[in-house]
Write a protein that binds this ligand. Structure first.
Ligand code: NAD
Length: 286
């Protein structure tokens, strides 16, 4: 059901790779809610992924840009304003990648040139796109800029590796730029910290299936889906959240406030059942 929350607004959505991508769902809902958008991803992702299908379906042009490349970002913001016919009201940064994770380098054996790439792609690109937008005065007054994060920014999760450091930096950039952009132009900058979600980037995390199940059992509302994340993004782009800025907003079914749940404990206790006892610990006689 649509509410026309983004009627007349113009947006740029980074990071739709395929129909599992969170950005894909955000793009669909943004258009449903009345926005005009431009889609963007790296030249390789545009060639290899299926973003062109989404582009046709939504009548939204695709402009290829590497989010770590300033010249690409400058061209993107200039062209997006020309195509959409004015300043941009909302931007979604839905970008993450760790070459260390891809190359199976553990956190105590990081390749530092790959770490620089992880941080550049997954966090500094957020700074770069905001700085380029601000220098071009491309964002409308009261505009909303969002990036997607994960709770590993605050707590340690086995296997999340250098992406945890990238997410901490990403959330810090939202605060630092949120202050400056808010003060000068009334632009909001926030991050949404999303549950584990079955996407291309998500399933690259070590032990993702176990993490997904653990998180679902621990959360009173269960894991939040990509569609539900998209709903939250739409509200954050809308005029209903005009005074929300510099926040990391948990969208995780309650996971981040939990210590242990009944469903989690029940599953955990199963690991204590030995081969010759039942679930109450009584010996099973042959
Ligand atoms: N999937 C999860 O479990 C989960 C949980 C919390 C947060 N997130 C975050 O959500 C965001 C979106 O990821 P997703 O899960 O939808 O996966 P995804 O793989 O569909 O999206 C990641 C996107 O980043 C793009 N990208 C990579 N390098 C880029 C670059 N240099 N310039 C521009 N784009 C680039 C990819 O092409 C891809 O479209 C990421 O920030 C991710 O960390 C995901």
């Amino acid at each position: 059901m649509a509410y026309n929350l983004l009627k007349g607004k113009r947006g740029i959505i980074f990071g739709a790779l395929n129909d599992m991508s969170i950005a894909w769902r955000v793009a669909e809902k943004a258009v449903e809610e009345g926005a005009q958008i431009v889609l963007t991803n790296t030249p390789v992702a545009v060639r290899m992924g299926t973003v062109n299908e989404l582009s046709e379906k939504l009548n939204a042009p695709v402009i290829a840009a590497d989010a770590t490349n300033i010249a690409d970002l400058e061209a993107l913001f200039t062209q997006a304003q020309e195509i959409l016919g004015g300043k941009i009201d909302f931007v979604l940064h839905s970008i993450g990648m760790s070459p260390n994770v891809r190359k199976k380098r553990t956190y105590d054996d990081l390749d530092y040139s790959l770490l620089e790439k992880t941080l550049d792609i997954s966090a500094v690109s957020f700074h770069k796109m905001i700085q380029v937008a601000k220098k071009q005065d491309a964002i409308a007054n009261g505009g909303s800029i969002l990036a997607l994060s994960y709770v590993a920014a605050q707590r340690t999760f086995f296997g999340y590796n250098d992406m945890a450091d990238a997410k901490s930096l990403l959330e810090s950039i939202a605060r630092s730029f949120g202050y400056i952009y808010g003060r000068e132009k009334g632009v909001r900058v926030n991050t949404i910290s999303q549950s584990p979600t079955m996407t291309t980037a998500g399933s690259g995390v070590k032990g993702f299936d176990g993490l997904f199940d653990f998180s679902d059992r621990m959360s009173p509302l269960g894991n939040a889906s990509a569609d539900e994340c998209a709903d939250y993004c739409i509200v954050m782009f809308s005029d209903l959240t005009k005074k929300v800025t510099m926040q990391n907003l948990f969208h995780d079914g309650g996971f981040s406030s939990m210590g242990m749940s009944l469903r989690g404990m029940t599953q955990y206790n199963k690991s204590f059942v030995s081969d010759n006892t039942d679930e109450e610990g009584h010996i099973i006689y042959g």
